[in-house]
Design a protein around this ligand. Structure first.
Ligand SMILES: Cc1cc2nc3c(=O)[nH]c(=O)nc-3n(C[C@H](O)[C@H](O)[C@H](O)COP(=O)(O)OP(=O)(O)OC[C@H]3O[C@@H](n4cnc5c(N)ncnc54)[C@H](O)[C@@H]3O)c2cc1C
Length: 390
């Protein structure tokens, strides 16, 4: 079986890895757009603390968080020890004591079915600051020992490298798709046809553009995130936990004395690849409010990523209706570095004709004639609920 994977963020990289390891002939094609979400993402893996209560979202997130340690161990066994995954725990905190009570209740309930979340314990401020020294001196926290963080650039690169070991070919190219009879055909930048039994489109926020000519109106739009990296020279931050203050912001550390603070959520941003004054201020205000100990840190860089976000923020995984051999993975939104490894595995299982480890969410995909699609406005400008294909 020959599979073309269009888009090699965390989702496409995982699909390629699982397919190639299972013996499929794989070609991965990635345009490396500026703002590729996987290159900018933070990498917090702690779905058990999330306030998102949609069962489909939680099921995939929790399954992927559970799968991560096994997958990371498989990468290590195959020679990819520097894959960026580390179980460092998380501190959940809030300025509102009642939110912390609700968070602890939610965590303990979810923990019943997810022992991999580890130990859940209430910490006083001194204990919290011992784990995360820049933390402010007036808040308590809940510690979740099983939480992890992943440096997604390294993790995706490790999966792609091992896919190549199993024979996958990787190309840096921007491709398009064309419908020929009932099949999707992949077309290279030079107009050549790239044949495959299955085409997986894991093209993130850019997917509507490539699926439109097939008559697929994917309700996905880029949601820009600006995320700041600080350096603390000479400080060993490797085992500092993730800090989650129960709003849309957070902090985590990378291994090289780096504290990463995120992020803006700019719905309706389009592909505006700029660091803005407002974005910097928003994230800096949060950083210095929750971690005043960062006041003297070096501001190293700001990364920008476009989260592939749908109207319901739910993952969209499954085959397109009425187009043979076309599989779509998208909609991972703000949780894609958590969900990506399992989501990619599910796409690979489906492509291989296997029973998938979890059900795929097919209902968001919709197909129409190419002429109708051409007549429509771009998906990201359209409003309303996605139509259901089933
Ligand atoms: C600031 C920020 C912080 C985040 N933090 C977290 C976090 O802490 N935890 C978490 O779980 N998630 C987080 N996320 C979300 C996560 O990063 C995304 O959901 C995830 O990376 C999406 O992966 P993807 O593979 O679907 O898309 P992408 O990583 O965007 O990859 C899509 C790829 O498809 C390629 N492509 C598109 N069109 C074509 C074409 N025509 N031809 C060839 N290639 C094409 C693009 O060039 C790109 O490389 C964060 C995101 C951002 C922006």
């Amino acid at each position: 079986m020959r599979v073309i994977v269009v888009g090699a963020g965390i989702l496409g990289a995982s699909a390629a890895y699982h397919l190639a390891r299972a013996g499929a002939e794989v070609e991965v094609i990635d345009a490396a757009h500026p703002g590729k979400a996987t290159m900018a993402g933070a990498g917090i893996i702690c779905p058990w603390a999330s306030q998102v209560d949609n069962p489909a979202w939680y099921r995939l997130s929790a399954a992927s968080a559970k799968y991560y340690p096994d997958l990371a161990a498989a990468l290590v066994d195959a020679g990819e020890a520097e894959n960026g995954y580390r179980r460092v725990g998380a501190l959940i905190t809030s300025e509102k004591p009642e939110d912390l009570v609700a968070a602890e209740r939610r965590l303990r309930t979810r923990h019943n079915d997810a022992p991999e979340a580890g130990t859940i314990s209430r910490l006083g401020n001194a204990e919290a600051r011992r784990l995360f020294p820049p933390f402010r001196d007036d808040l308590e926290a809940i510690h979740v020992s099983g939480a992890a963080r992943v440096e997604a650039r390294a993790f995706s690169a490790a999966m792609l490298k091992l896919a190549a070991v199993h024979g996958a070919v990787h190309r840096n190219e921007r491709v398009s798709l064309r419908r020929e009879r009932d099949r999707a055909v992949c077309i290279g930048a030079d107009g050549r046809k790239i044949d495959g039994d299955v085409v997986i489109v894991s093209a993130g926020a850019w997917a509507p553009e490539i699926l439109g000519p097939l008559g697929i109106d994917l309700p996905i739009a880029p949601q820009k995130g600006q995320i700041l990296h600080f350096g603390l020279p000479g400080v060993d931050t490797r085992n500092w936990p993730v800090l989650l203050p129960m709003n849309s912001y957070y902090m985590l550390c990378f291994d090289d004395s780096r504290v990463v603070v995120g992020a803006t959520r700019e719905t309706g941003s389009g592909f505006d690849y700029r660091v803005t004054a407002g974005g910097q201020k928003e994230v800096l205000d949060f950083a210095l409010s929750f971690a005043p100990g960062l006041r003297n840190a070096t501001l190293l860089e700001t990364r920008i990523g476009f989260r592939p976000a749908g109207p319901s923020y739910l993952p969209m995984l499954g085959p397109a209706r009425r187009i043979e051999g076309l599989l779509i993975g998208n909609g991972l939104g703000a949780g894609g570095l958590t969900m990506g490894p399992m989501a990619g595995r599910l796409l690979a299982e489906h492509a291989l004709g296997q029973k998938t480890s979890l059900p795929l969410g097919l209902r968001f995909l919709t197909t129409a004639s190419s002429a109708a699609a051409r007549a429509r406005a771009p998906a990201h400008r359209r409003r309303g609920r996605p139509r259901q294909s089933r």
